[in-house]
Design a binder for this molecule. Structure first.
Ligand code: PMP
Ligand code: GLN
Length: 385
């Protein structure tokens, strides 16, 4: 044996909070309202379509940027939802989930020493992905209960090293959404700079109380320097399928695809056939806001007599709750207590921050059957008094 040291390149280690809490939930037979995934089935029609194409042996590679039929269906969906015309041949790429789309976009544009502004609490993959590219995150801390952005402060954070701003609306984990004015201000801030806006819009259809999703695609000047990321996992209730897509102007998408072809080439083919057929009917996604809004309301109604204080989720399938009234424990300890003693797994907010906030907040997922929400609420009633 010699003493060669195998130094890993990755600057980050550890296990993510979703894995930790799901493992604890399984060990303690807790109802898992932690990691975000539905416990109900996706549409039988979609399963049939995918099975049909598998039976038809659509088993070989499809074009690098995705099945042309699917790219066309998505371009038509974008036109319908955001009144924006994209070219399916050049402006879209099907990916192995949103995580891979984010990773490849960051790899395509962030160089060593570049700065990337993110809004914390931030979805957990942004920071390590930026660091793998050699960049550095510049976190803007959002605060309970509004989690709103003061864009003047963002302007002050911009330096000549700022390469990218990552936004996420509807926002995981706070459940807040950006307004039209937020996007307009962002457009003014980045216009004329070489800053790219990476817009994580995986919850585009999970938006409530009559709000409209503010995609970067609604703002042509902004979109000229943006990439927007989506996940079929969220839209189709199938997180394990790990399929998504990214949309942007051709001059950014060509750089994206030049990386994509060397680390993925193309995503799963037979599922793309099935998804293309399914999403060509707008009924497949139009009912999603009311479907999830009912679940949000059911959970908040059932928990209203507990000391958990909600910040009403305007989007996503996550509801943030402040628990200051009942516990002095930090949020990780409290989430573990809920899982092991009360029997309901939750996600603490602090892993989504560089510097943990002083507010005590946890996140519960309401993408669950009514009976799961009711059973969890019954257990959480034990928190009373
Ligand atoms: N962004 C956000 C905000 C998410 O919540 C998730 C996962 N739930 C992703 C990206 C990753 O999506 P995917 O599972 O398609 O990689
Ligand atoms: N996006 C999911 C959530 O926020 C979890 C994804 C994961 O487990 N990596 O809960």
């Amino acid at each position: 044996m010699n003493d060669i040291a195998f130094e890993p390149k990755t600057p980050v280690g550890g296990t993510n909070i979703f894995t930790i809490m799901s493992k604890l939930a399984t060990e303690h037979q807790a109802i898992n309202l932690g990691q975000g995934f539905p416990d109900f089935e996706c549409d039988e029609k979609l399963i049939e379509l995918i099975a049909k194409y598998l039976r038809e042996r659509k088993n070989q590679y499809c074009p690098m940027a995705g099945l042309p039929k699917l790219n066309e269906v998505l371009a038509a969906k974008i036109q319908r939802l955001y009144a924006h015309t994209i070219q399916p041949e050049t402006d879209i790429c099907i990916t192995a989930g949103a995580t891979q789309a984010l990773y490849t976009a960051i790899m395509a544009f962030v160089r060593g020493g570049d700065e990337v502004i993110i809004f914390e609490p931030a979805y957990d993959c942004y920071k390590p992905q930026v660091e793998l590219a050699g960049g550095q995150i510049k976190p803007y801390q959002l605060k309970w209960p509004d989690y709103s952005i003061d864009w003047n402060r963002v302007k002050d954070m911009i330096t000549d090293k700022t390469r990218m701003i990552i936004i996420n609306t509807p926002h995981n984990p706070s459940g807040t959404v950006l307004a039209r004015e937020d996007l307009q201000t962002l457009e003014e801030i980045v216009e004329g700079t070489n800053i790219i806006v990476l817009s994580d819009e995986v919850y585009e259809h999970l938006i409530y109380d009559g709000e409209e999703h503010q995609s970067v695609m609604r703002f042509p000047t902004l979109f000229n320097q943006s990439l927007a990321v989506y996940s079929f996992g969220k839209t189709l209730h199938a997180t394990g399928w790990k399929l998504g897509y990214i949309v942007g102007p051709e001059h950014l998408m060509s750089a994206f695809k030049s990386i994509h072809q060397w680390n993925v080439f193309c995503a799963n083919s037979f599922m793309q056939f099935g998804i293309a057929d399914y999403l060509s009917d707008p009924n497949s996604y139009e009912g999603l806001p009311s479907f999830f809004e009912r679940k949000r309301d059911t959970m908040n109604d059932l928990l209203k007599d507990t000391p958990l204080q909600p910040k009403l989720a305007k989007g996503t399938y996550f509801q943030a709750y402040n628990y200051e009234e009942i516990s002095k424990h930090d949020d990780l300890e409290f989430a573990k207590y809920l899982t092991t003693e009360i029997g309901v797994a939750a996600i603490p907010m602090s892993p989504f921050y560089s510097i943990p906030p002083k507010e005590k907040v946890i996140r519960l997922c309401f993408a669950k059957k009514e009976e799961t929400i009711a059973a969890a609420a019954e257990r959480l009633m034990k928190l009373k008094g």
